[in-house]
Design a protein around this ligand. Structure first.
Ligand code: RNT
Ligand code: ZN
Length: 418
């Protein structure tokens, strides 16, 4: 049966439940997902030839074919986007600067080092997001913005300020506002005797960075909390409470919630409604923790569906910025990228196609029996037929066809990178 014919059937079935499939596809088309550049090269970047990853995060695996140059990474990202329906932004880290082969330290970065990325974004008609990089650097080994050493703090404060200027430049050049995410790995392996002063120094450093005036139509800043990192198991300076309190007092900043940054059974889906109530925007790092913050490729599991349901059922598309954050080096990196984006989009589509008004009515009237029973019935409505048709309409490969394309790209391009 053709994708179109199957869709017509699904459309009729959904109409019977009062769901408009055309409207759902239109909404999905306009949701932009921020693609993390760091999936393409295992979070190494292009600062120097011998970059290595620190900061308590880790990629595992040694699959061949990773991008070794900016041009290779650009080529891979363009290919990834050719397999994706809907809208994307590209999320860059400061580590991915184009320094023309000359060393440019983090406190020296300028918009000009990202000009070629802006050209790339213009060519592909996408927006850019940004991240200062507070890891993989000699001066990040004993804390960054919370370091006891004033000169170290100053170095990183300068990095933070310059990062905001770069993001502002992205927004100005592209006419699409950037989001700049601040994640600092500062923390400690064992329990500190005294925890307050590091948080005080962190707060003061952030205050200084955010005091720099920039145009909020071009960039908004986010702060990402974390429970622990490798070698930083007992204490992190920027904890969940730190972020929630900081952002409440500094309304120009927004909370960033990463799915892997909480206790093992704690989920970000449950935090979205609170964040929506107290802040005007938030940033999500959609990831998949497996027993720890392992940054596995996002798949269509219960938590990603719960996140999508929260966004859709509370009508939060205007408040939630969706970014991906995972890095798997054990499988084809392009396939990893596409799998995660498509899973996120599928979850959003499934949420949009659920007869949510009916479920809300059951809940309001106290009919929890129907709420549960019908939720289960709705889960198996034929959303995949709508998804396939959406891909077809967006001119990207339908169903498993994208995997064939990715394999071809591997044979022709990435497998030749030896
Ligand atoms: C680390 C954070 C952070 C990074 C990226 C590279 O635990 O999740 O967001 O993964 O910035
Ligand atoms: Zn993250």
């Amino acid at each position: 049966m053709s994708t179109q014919k199957a869709y017509e059937m699904a459309k009729e079935i959904y109409a019977g439940y009062g769901v408009d499939t055309e409207k759902a596809m239109e909404q999905l088309k306009n949701v932009s997902i921020s693609l993390h550049c760091w999936q393409g090269d295992d979070v190494i970047g292009f600062e120097s030839a011998e970059g290595s990853l620190t900061g308590g995060i880790q990629t595992t695996g040694n699959y061949p074919g990773k991008a070794r140059t900016i041009d290779e990474l650009k080529q891979d990202i363009e290919f990834v986007m050719s397999l994706l329906p809907g809208k994307q932004k590209l999320n860059l880290h400061a580590l991915y600067l184009d320094n023309g082969g000359k060393k440019v330290d983090r406190d020296q970065i300028e918009p000009k080092h990202f000009e070629t990325w802006v050209d790339f974004a213009k060519k592909n008609k996408i927006g850019l997001d940004f991240n200062p990089s507070f890891f993989s650097h000699a001066l990040s080994e004993n804390g960054t913005l919370s370091s006891r050493d004033k000169s170290v703090r100053e170095f990183w404060i300068e990095h933070g300020k310059r990062s905001r200027k770069i993001a502002e430049y992205f927004g100005k050049e592209l006419g699409i506002r950037a989001v700049t995410n601040f994640w600092m790995p500062d923390g400690s392996k064992d329990t500190p005797v005294e925890k307050l002063s590091a948080r005080e120094r962190m707060k003061e450093s952030l205050d200084e960075i955010f005091a720099l005036p920039i145009d909020i139509n071009c960039d908004r800043d986010a702060l990402e909390s974390k429970l622990f990192g490798i070698g930083l198991e007992s204490y992190t300076v920027v904890s969940n409470e730190f972020v929630y309190a900081y952002c409440a007092k500094n309304p120009n900043t927004m909370v960033c919630m990463d799915a892997g940054h909480y206790h093992p059974t704690e989920v970000i889906s449950d935090k979205i409604s609170t964040a929506a109530l107290f802040y005007d925007e938030m940033l999500l790092h959609v990831s998949r923790p497996v027993r720890w913050d392992s940054d596995h490729v996002v798949i269509l599991n219960d938590e990603i569906q719960a996140i999508a349901n929260e966004i859709v059922r509370n009508d939060l598309f205007g408040k939630v910025n969706i970014a991906l954050d995972y890095f798997d080096a054990s499988i084809n990196r392009i396939t990893a990228w596409v799998t995660g984006v498509r899973a996120t989009q599928k979850a959003l589509l499934a949420a949009l196609l659920t007869p949510n008004d009916k479920l809300k009515e059951f809940e309001a009237s106290g009919d929890y029996t129907s709420r549960l029973a019908l939720s289960e019935v709705y889960k198996t409505l034929p959303f995949s037929l709508v998804w396939d048709y959406f891909c077809e309409k967006e001119n990207v490969p339908v169903a498993e066809k994208w995997v064939e394309e990715a394999k071809k790209y591997e044979a022709d391009v990435t497998s030749k990178r030896i």
